[in-house]
Design a protein around this ligand. Structure first.
Ligand SMILES: Nc1nc2c(ncn2[C@@H]2O[C@H](COP(=O)(O)OP(=O)(O)OP(=O)(O)O)[C@@H](O)[C@H]2O)c(=O)[nH]1
Ligand SMILES: [Mg+2]
Ligand SMILES: [Zn+2]
Length: 342
């Protein structure tokens, strides 16, 4: 928790009560600033940047709003109550009064800033990977753990398939097969050539989905392939560092022509899992589940422990070595790199 401003339980309860009252836009009483603002309306957060957010009203118009100071977190996908200004002055045309309780939230721990919400009310996490900058099963496994623990179903998308050599094609087909055997939806895509796009659109038709993955894998390019009129900026993976350029800086929600909403999000260098316990990470590996509780020792760490049912399953080929090694690496990195505030 941030130490900058700690509220007492009473203050928190009062803020929550006011927040709840403000959400009911049909029953607004007049407030002190009615000379500045019009009546409250329900809205959807398309994008949040610093002290501002773009809110979509029921009529489809987009209003740039300030945030009431007591709102501690507002992100893309949040449902809010907001008011338009009576008279526009400059670029900010409204204020967000309250945020509705979230059905789901994708969180990401920031090494310096603590836990940060990426987006709210998400129905699907689309994990995008590509051979350029690099294909990393480890990053996929991290997102899968987050998806399992938060209960938001994932879809694995391999983009830039136009770049694959025959050898890479074969290896990655096997990779994706490993995941589809675990029950995950997988998709082969080329945003550049438009291949696999209609299958993707069909998957995204209902609810709100978010594109996540390393910088440079082509998230914004996928958005552009769906909605060319957006003309979102995209950038080549650097020849020097071999990394993405962190082109997208804020998440933003778009409505898809065939139905559904899709959020483009900024790529991140590493998706940390410090906010989860080791037990949650274990549970995040779906194929471990039938074996949990069957180890000889109740507090088995599934490392070298004798009588470990997970290790036995790896030996028997019921759990893939790759996934088990990935699990070990995640646990080790969680213990080693953990910043103090997690
Ligand atoms: N060959 C090929 N290149 C692609 C494809 N999709 C995207 N790219 C290229 O990959 C580079 C990075 O694409 P972006 O869309 O900016 O990647 P991003 O994931 O949005 O990156 P961040 O915003 O930094 O997180 C650009 O040069 C794109 O043209 C594809 O299907 N095939
Ligand atoms: Mg981008
Ligand atoms: Zn065990």
């Amino acid at each position: 928790m941030s130490s900058k401003r700690r509220l007492t339980k009473q203050q928190q309860a009062r803020i929550a009560r006011h927040n709840q009252q403000r959400l009911d836009t049909s029953k607004q009483e007049s407030s002190g600033d009615d000379d500045i603002y019009l009546a409250a309306e329900p809205g959807l957060i398309l994008s949040r940047f610093g002290k501002h957010a773009d809110v979509e009203a029921a009529d489809g118009s987009v209003i740039r709003c300030n945030l009431r100071r007591t709102l501690n977190s507002v992100v893309t996908g949040d449902r809010v109550a907001f008011r338009r200004v009576r008279q526009s002055q400059g670029s900010v045309d409204g204020i967000i009064d309250a945020v509705a309780e979230r059905d789901s939230v994708l969180l990401r721990p920031d090494f310096y800033d603590g836990l940060k919400p990426v987006a709210a009310n998400i129905d699907r996490i689309v994990v995008v990977s590509a051979v350029l900058p690099e294909f990393s099963a480890q990053i996929i496994d991290r997102y899968l753990v987050a998806a399992e623990v938060t209960g938001i179903p994932p879809v694995l998308v391999l983009n830039k398939t136009d770049l694959l050599s025959d050898e890479q094609r074969h290896a990655l087909q096997q990779q994706l097969e490993l995941y589809s055997k675990l029950g995950y939806a997988t998709l082969w895509l080329s945003a550049k050539r438009g291949e696999g796009m209609s299958a993707l659109l069909q998957l995204l038709q209902e609810g709100t989905s978010i594109l996540v993955g390393q910088s440079g894998v082509g998230k914004s390019s996928i958005m552009n392939a769906i909605l060319p009129e957006l003309a979102l900026s995209t950038q080549q993976v650097s020849d020097v560092s071999g990394l993405g350029q962190h082109t997208t800086t804020a998440s933003r929600l778009y409505h898809l022509p065939a139905g559904g909403q899709l959020i483009d999000s900024p790529g991140i260098r590493e998706f940390g899992l410090w906010h989860f316990s080791p037990e949650q990470v274990t549970a995040g590996f779906v194929e471990f589940q039938p074996f949990l509780g069957r180890c000889k020792f109740r507090d088995c760490k599934h490392l070298k422990d004798p009588g470990c049912a997970i290790l036995q399953a790896v030996t028997d080929g019921d759990i893939s070595k790759q996934r088990y090694q990935s699990y070990l690496r995640i646990l080790t990195s969680m213990a080693e790199d953990k910043p103090n505030h997690f």
